[in-house]
Design a protein around this ligand. Structure first.
Ligand SMILES: [Zn+2]
Ligand SMILES: [Zn+2]
Length: 344
């Protein structure tokens, strides 16, 4: 397996494209000669050129690509899909929940933008930052490619790739269709933005289609703990040597954040996701105007679904005094590798 790194327009740092071409020894004697990629990058000329150069460095032309596995619909992972398919006729694989968003190009994205704008009102984002966010997002619509043909897959589908078996593992939360591609025989998985080193993938704002985003994401983190891969290859930054431990750390992070959200409601009374975001993160710019209140919403919604908070219109208020936040999350021991266990 080889990695090609692509620049993007400052979302989560460089994007990783993984090249599985059977020349890296990972498929053993049965290795074939398909050129297979996991994830791509944003659809702008400079990044397109980086992909072409990156493939050339490993002896491939973009027209050689046979298949691309896409972890999720975000433009920094799927933007170049239509370009690669147009050049090569490659089959594009994406989870059924994300396939249409990728296949539809900019028109599908505009539909998504409409859903987002409804949420911005629900979250109590005032007019001015809402307009700033709208124009920021509209200014990035061109990172998405043209319409293309996408082959949808379901959780558990398996693919033979140059002698190795990749299993699609649906791990939603950050995006509705977000999936890892696991090679259980090798103990490794390509995880996209399911878990990332150093910082936590946004939940709540990154895909407003996800119901109960935090609970959904927590279930996905538990699935990563239970799979206990030796190595995860993320969509950004470097390899993750203990994916289960990293998932447990992210779970801790969300438990702490929920505590802070409870604290905000306790001190200040009823608040919208926007107001909670303001207390937690302060003034926000660009994509963070989406991610801040989205994240606050995910936590408030988690509290509401457990009967700890009540919602009236866009306002959330504590329904119980001094709630037991630990009880709202599964108990996973992040520190002890040997005894790590999951209690549901
Ligand atoms: Zn993403
Ligand atoms: Zn990403």
């Amino acid at each position: 397996m080889n990695r090609i790194r692509l620049h993007n327009t400052d979302f989560e740092g460089l994007n990783n494209v993984y090249l599985l071409d059977g020349d890296d020894g990972s498929g053993g004697a049965a290795a074939g000669d398909e050129v297979v990629l996991v994830d791509l990058g944003v659809s702008i000329p400079d990044v397109r050129a980086e992909l072409v150069d990156g493939l050339a460095a490993h002896g491939h032309d973009v027209s050689d690509v046979d298949r691309v596995f896409l972890t999720h619909w975000h433009a920094d992972h799927a933007g170049l899909a239509s370009f690669v398919q147009a050049e090569s006729g490659a089959t594009l694989h994406a989870h059924e929940a994300d396939a249409e968003l990728i296949a539809g190009g900019e028109a599908a994205l505009r539909e998504e933008r409409r859903r987002q704008r409804d949420r911005f009102v629900d979250w109590g984002i005032p007019e001015e930052p809402r307009q700033e966010l709208d124009s920021f997002l509209a200014g990035h619509n061109d990172l998405v490619g043209d319409p293309c043909d996408v082959e949808p897959f379901s959780d558990g589908d398996t693919f033979d790739v140059n002698g190795r078996t990749l299993e699609a593992v649906h791990l939603p939360g950050h995006a509705a269709g977000l999936s890892a591609f696991a090679d259980e025989a090798a103990g490794e998985a390509f995880v996209g933005d399911v878990i990332l080193p150093e910082y936590t993938p946004n939940v709540g704002g990154a895909d407003v289609r996800v119901d109960a985003p935090l609970s959904t994401y927590v279930d996905s983190l538990l699935a990563v703990v239970e799979r206990d891969w030796d190595v995860a290859w993320p969509g950004h930054r470097d390899r993750i040597g203990d994916p289960a431990g990293r998932a447990a750390e992210i779970l801790d992070h969300h438990r702490e954040r929920t505590r802070r959200v409870v604290d905000v409601l306790d001190r200040h009374g009823p608040a919208t996701p926007w107001e909670v975001s303001d207390r937690l993160f302060g003034a926000l710019e660009t994509i963070h105007i989406l991610h801040g209140p989205g994240e606050a919403y995910a936590h408030l919604d988690h509290l509401e679904s457990h009967g700890v908070a009540d919602r009236t219109g866009s306002d959330y208020d504590l329904a119980v005094d001094d709630p037991d936040v630990d009880a709202l999350f599964p108990d996973v021991d992040a520190d002890d590798d040997a005894d790590r266990s999951v209690e549901h």
